[in-house]
Design a protein around this ligand. Sequence first.
Ligand code: NAD
Length: 412
Amino acid sequence: MSMNATETTNHYLTQAFDLLELSPRYKTLLLTPSRELRVEIAIELDDGNIGNFIGYRIQHDNSRGPYKGGLRYHPDVDLDEVRSLASLMTWKTAVVNVPFGGAKGGIQVDPTKLSRRELERLSRRFIDQIAELIGPDTDIPAPDMNTNAAVMAWMFDQYSKRYGFSPGVVTGKPVELHGSLGRDAATGRGCLIAIREVLAAEGKKLTGTRFAIQGFGNVGSWFARLIHAEGGRVVAVSDVKGGISNPDGLDIPRVMAHLKATGSVVGFAGATPISNEELLTCACDVLVPAALGHVLTRDNAEKVQAKWVVEAANGPTSMEADQIFERRGIVCLPDIWANAGGVTVSYFEWTQNTQKFRWSEEQVNRELDKYMVDAWRSIQTMMKERRCSMRTAAFALAVSRVKEATDLRGLG
Ligand code: NAD
């Protein structure tokens, strides 16, 4: 039986709890979200009808700092998925050691079916519905799938109408509106730093390494651009409409231009069309799922040809696939470290907002590198000391940090 997202996350956590020999009273405390909000979002559609949507904000843990996590607009958004993603944020902020807790939210909606005006009304109304529970020192949303800097700008504006100028209420804002330089590329750049370090530990380089990337949105396209610029060979990419491959390497700047002109990577000249499923099992060294969760399952894990899986997406590997990868010696760079570059630069954006001071892009990138590499050193130490997988080490590191903060604060 395949497990749902929360069960999978909790399974990984349980492995970390066992490794740390945590007492049962902590387990329940660390697994249970502290708050779950479900809201109705009713808006007037362009044709005069009323559109009803369901939104969520789940606050998982704030022992290390304000709740932090993205907002996703997708038809599959449900309580189970958001719960699991909120929990992952708690462990992610702890792995990279930024002073935040974990939260996540989203709206069950297919945003491609809404006009820009409808999307704006939806985003503003959502903020009205969750405004009492968020704030620059309470809970700070950010972009996720199908939300972007423009959506964050509306949310910042809507919140500020009620509470006054509050740029720190959301991160991932446009650079022209209190956003941070380098935030757009941060998650992809963080993934690059992660795989660079893992390869380096084995005496290998990015140059000439073959990458297959599923999802060509914010994370996937930035990762592809940066890897291409570093001399890595991107042999396959895809988006929701399908994929393209070229074993000699795709010309990523030209793929970007094609995407801009047509709205998809599909149809790019100088490449063979492939399906999203074929991409996951194509010949490559590094597989990078950068779209949806639960795409690597027991049905395709045996056929994966990559040696490394960079979890750019959240929760792309099912528990069964994880076990198959471990048996086959395929190394997963876990989401809570590999894709933590976004929340790390979100932290830099938030500090810039609260300090009313702007960093250069160079400083942002340098600090991001430092946070990702520091996390890698701690994960490596845990792996060596406890003789466990990279995922279990990352979770154990995170759990020990959250437990420590919980202990220091007390339950009083
Ligand atoms: P995005 O909306 O910018 O891009 C998503 C991409 O995935 C698009 O190319 C889309 O066409 C593609 N896609 C959607 N459904 C698909 C399907 N069924 N099959 C194949 N491709 C599909 O989203 P994003 O911000 O790039 O986020 C991608 C993933 O990375 C998500 O899992 C998200 O949670 C995770 N993530 C994002 C950030 C961030 O900073 N944006 C940070 C950490 C993790």
